[in-house]
Design a protein around this ligand. Structure first.
Ligand code: S3P
Length: 431
């Protein structure tokens, strides 16, 4: 795709089916691969990022049957059954694949190199490599602490007590996985609450964890037993439709059975603070994860100061939230969110550039942004290969006064391969 062109205007309506959760799909594949026996995953997201994880394990000798789209079967090889891959493993755009996989490889006693695309090659890996080295892992990274990574066999890992310098589920999960291979106890504490999908899913594979507050402990040497998993739909993908319905006239959508884990649903709290008309119903659980029906109607949004404690639970939704801010009355301010500069793109500067191109007043800070709501024009935006930036600006067209052309929007297939069909049938005027 050279350029994504979306005509302005329109509204979003109807029941919108969102695909499976990316974070949970990655974990289901990884845990299934190192489990003993068969794992069946229903509703697995078959996006480029998850396919990168699947291919990685195939290259290490794990049989994964993906013939029945979204219902995959993994023949686990057990904790110590992975084989050194013949070639470097390419993880594309996927930070989750790299940071969790290196935790497994640290203890798997094999030799492997991990690499990625231009964006992944710039992402910080010291945050996971340094504690893994403290556990005894032999891992090389570039001088800038970025990929490629080279993992060499290590005879023994030892559990550590570690306080993560950033609130990150990827770091926490990578260390928990390494902890399974380690002698003794691995203890991880965070200064806040990152998404807890690993803590919810590992017990399904028979792993015992102790959780108290923001600390997780796990005894090394436990083996995973294959199981059946149902993946809920992805609230991060649903968020673009929540945004679209809230900012466009005559809109009313229903998003059925969306993942509604409290470590992920910050976007709903923030949009509600902005006065969005969102209703959450039919709360249930699916595969150990809360789910809910979410309906959203046209709303008169107002600018807010985003509470810093809501950041971890909304960490992937800021591109959508920034577009909501551009469509709101008044000013929205976000501070304490330096992490956004280390996502698939520097989301503070890439979003600020795009919003300014559409006539919106924006100020940036090292750790945040302030956005003054106003009349959004049409124009040209560079998504810089970042899937969430591209989807957020596609929704902005519902409110813009002219066509928006989005460059480098190919990344959308890393998390939401059916976005175009789903968005078009809901009412987005994609050319
Ligand atoms: C993820 C954790 C978050 C999130 C990413 C997926 C995960 O990253 O931004 O999209 O699946 O664990 P951090 O751990 O870097 O916060």
């Amino acid at each position: 795709m050279e350029e994504l062109v979306v005509l302005n205007g329109g509204s979003l309506n109807g029941v919108i089916e969102i695909p499976g959760d990316k974070s949970i799909s990655h974990r289901a594949v990884m845990f299934g691969a190192i489990a003993d026996g068969l794992t069946r995953v229903r509703g697995c997201l078959m996006s480029e990022d998850v396919l990168a994880t699947i291919e990685a394990f195939r290259s290490m000798g794990v049989a994964i049957d993906t013939r029945d789209q979204g219902h995959i079967k993994i023949s686990g090889v057990g904790l110590h059954g992975l084989k050194s891959p013949a070639r470097p493993i390419n993880l594309g755009n996927s930070g989750t694949s790299m940071r969790l996989l290196v935790g497994i490889l640290a203890g798997a006693n094999i030799d492997a190199s991990l690499e990625g695309d231009a964006s992944l090659s710039l992402r910080p890996m010291g945050r996971i490599v340094s504690p893994l080295r403290q556990m005894g892992a032999d891992i090389e990274m570039s001088v800038n602490e970025t990929p490629p990574l080279r993992v060499r066999p290590t005879r023994k890992l030892t559990g550590i007590s570690y306080s993560t310098p950033v609130i990150s589920a990827q770091v926490k999960s990578g260390l928990l996985l390494a902890g399974l291979y380690a002698e003794g106890v691995t203890r991880i504490s965070e200064n806040g609450r990152s998404r807890d999908h690993s803590e919810r899913l590992l017990p399904k594979f028979g792993i015992k964890l102790d959780i108290s507050g923001n600390e997780v402990r796990l005894d090394g040497g436990q083996r995973l037993a294959g199981c059946d998993i149902a993946v809920p739909t992805d609230i991060s993908s649903a968020a673009f439709f929540m945004l679209g319905a809230a900012i466009s006239p005559a809109s009313e959508i229903l998003l059925p059975q969306v993942g509604f884990n409290e470590t992920r649903n910050g976007v709903i709290e923030i949009l509600r603070l902005m006065n969005a008309d969102i209703e959450v119903r039919q709360k249930d659980t699916s595969g150990g994860e809360p789910v809910a029906d979410i309906s959203v109607k046209t709303s008169n949004l107002s600018g807010v100061n985003i509470p810093v404690e809501l950041i971890p639970a909304a960490i992937d939704e800021f591109p959508a939230i920034f577009i909501a801010a551009a469509c709101a009355d008044g000013v929205t301010v976000l501070r304490g969110a330096e992490e956004l500069r280390h996502k698939e793109s520097d989301r503070i500067s890439v979003m600020a550039d795009g919003l300014r191109n559409l006539g919106i007043k924006v100020e940036t800070y090292p750790d945040g942004i302030s956005i003054t709501g106003g009349n959004m024009t049409g124009g040209f935006v560079d998504a810089c290969g970042d899937h969430r930036v591209a989807m957020a600006f596609s929704m902005a067209t519902l409110k813009a006064s002219g066509t928006v052309s989005i460059k480098n929007a190919d990344g959308i297939s890393t998390s939401f391969p059916t976005f175009f069909e789903v968005a078009k049938s809901a009412g987005l005027r994609i050319k």
